[in-house]
Design a protein around this ligand. Sequence first.
Ligand SMILES: Nc1ncnc2c1ncn2[C@@H]1O[C@H](COP(=O)(O)OP(=O)(O)OP(=O)(O)O)[C@@H](O)[C@H]1O
Length: 581
Amino acid sequence: MAAVNPAPPAPGERPTVLRLDGITKRFGALVANDGISLTLREGEVLALLGENGAGKSTLVSILFGHYVADEGQIEVFGQPLPPGNPRAALAAGIGMVHQHFTLADNLSVLDNVLMGTEPLWRWRSRRAEARARLLAVAGRFGLPVVPDALVGSLSVGERQRVEILKALYRGARILILDEPTAVLTPQESEGLFDTLSQMVAQGLSIIFISHKLAEVLRVSHRVAVLRQGRLVAEAPAAGTTPAQLAQWMVGHAVAAPERHPSQRVGEVVCELAGVSTPAGVRDRLDNVSLRLHAGEIVAVAGVSGNGQVALAELLCGVRSASEGDVRLGDQGLPASPAWLVAHGVARIPEDRHAVGVVGDLPVWENAVSERLRTPAFSRGPWVRRDAARRHAQRVIDAFDVRGGGPLAAARSLSGGNMQKLILGRALMAPEADETMNEDPVAQPGSAGEPVTWVDSRLRGNVGVGVSAPNAAVACAPSAPSGGSEPCQQRNRGAPFLIVAHQPTWGLDIGAVAYVQQQLIAARDAGAAVLVISDDLEEVMTLGDRIAVMHHGRLTQALPAEVWTRESIGLAMAGHGSGHAA
Ligand SMILES: Nc1ncnc2c1ncn2[C@@H]1O[C@H](COP(=O)(O)OP(=O)(O)OP(=O)(O)O)[C@@H](O)[C@H]1O
């Protein structure tokens, strides 16, 4: 891997462009940022690291004027920055590229860049001038762009380029990139690194937030590490190792997850035979065949946008096949997400913001949302609130969901902690006491809410709808057969099929290791696991068998040993099955 960063600016040689002095931010009793002081120099890439919930997003939100610090000052190019004023931040030359893009799909690149910079009525008259300026900025930083292209037709990497251009067009001199590579393919990440090096060569300064430690060391000049809101380390990237970074972030060494091949592969739990999904949809399946066995992890690699969403949605009952056959055990797969969830198909959705949680609702409601109408959490028309909150607390403890407890609004969780909550919801079965019939049931006026009421609050969630028939989490006669093991799993409420789409996206290294261990443990307990990921490391760490998606087609799922990094890369680019055997 070629080093991207040019020689770091020697201390004192380049002017300081940004100075944070004693920034403190509290949310109630929680101190998200605790007296943080940092500087950034011209032409410098500063990586901001920390565990999920360490305070990175809070700090950059203060910088960008979305939050107001309780204490401390910020100076940009020697001038004090007015707090809580995004316009002032923009005017001072601060630009931000969020993890989740803020572009309008139905508008052109140029319109997106202009949006918010000019009054609407001026767009037409100033278009030619704006186009020329956009192309000039694009040329200067080596960011090729087609101004009239519709944003909805662009790949993820191209959209990110538009976001960066938007910031540069507005005159950003300090650019904050929040986990910019999380949504990119390896090739797109390379393109971004090239862009970064061009930007710093032109004197821009960059704050780069990422959980990928190797890439952090590669692209940055300096690293700053937050832990529980405090700045615990600052060091030049050169000479620092990923292990050292992990130690600073977590406070102890983190063992990299290792491959643990399956010991006992069971019967076929789910089978796709010649499955296609409707044409005309951008993300579709084209004649896909795949068998998922109990006790095995199949990992699907591929550049996102090649059919992964269609595959995940199909298996979760959100999308139907137009051709071919999908079977769960000995029956057709019902196109009913609620039925599937109730009968032991767990899903970890890719987009946690859109379909994962309902931000305004408390953690406990989100933690039981997919099982709300099971006996574990409801009795007749009433929610068993105590059981639900106990379960939420168990999820919080087991998955280390930090940031406020069962009553906190899910919205207040950091991105990574939200993902841990979704994983816990999908993977953690209710405890025996939560499924016992004689447990006290909340009554009106005492402790509970009507199920229908909670249900309607959650209805915005998951595309699943939670109003499943009051399905017992037991081996229903119509449930897939296929041996006793999945049945036992279902009886315990544990999933027998797990569809995990980008399960560790946005997680810190400790959480990645934990989640991967949980998926392996679920497999070892007899579940069939499908992991869909564009993270090659993850695919190679988890997959007992690996298949690759390209343009809606899926290669044969072959044993992991057959594949190499190179052969997976070839298949990702559509060159045959790509495998070496
Ligand atoms: N609006 C809010 N209300 C209450 N608590 C909040 C709010 N925003 C953030 N927090 C809390 O502040 C802490 C820091 O969160 P922050 O989002 O800054 O972490 P992070 O380092 O960006 O994490 P991640 O890597 O998961 O994105 C967390 O405990 C989070 O729950």
